[in-house]
Design a protein around this ligand. Structure first.
Ligand code: ZN
Length: 110
């Protein structure tokens, strides 16, 4: 197969992305979802065909690595564990003592 002078150069998606990072987004098919004002969305479609705004909710982790990361992620922050509660109690008692002392000083100490 010979290329004539009119033949367009064949540029693959990755080649285009190497020269222009937005090339893939510009070349992507449009989303087409119906917008609130009635027209079709012109956003670049992702793998599922819709844009980043109309792609739908996440379906959660699917890969083994993603599921494992999900399982091992901490779900509790420890801000209300026994140690933190004990410290908060101590702070409360200290504040109460301070209030008493300030009251004594203001009242002339009788
Ligand atoms: Zn869209």
């Amino acid at each position: 197969m010979s290329e004539g002078p009119d033949a367009l150069p064949v540029v693959t998606k990755s080649e285009a992305a190497a020269t222009d990072p937005m090339a893939a987004a510009h070349a992507a098919p449009r989303c087409g979802a119906r917008c609130r004002d009635g027209h079709a969305c012109l956003g670049p479609g992702m793998r599922n065909g819709r844009c980043r705004m109309h792609g739908g909710k996440s379906t959660g982790a699917r890969t083994a690595a993603g599921l494992e990361r999900c399982r091992s992620a901490p779900r509790k922050h420890g801000a209300r564990d026994a140690k933190a509660r004990a410290q908060a109690k101590l702070r409360g008692e200290a504040r109460a003592t301070l209030r008493e002392l300030e009251k004594m000083l203001a009242g002339g100490g009788d």
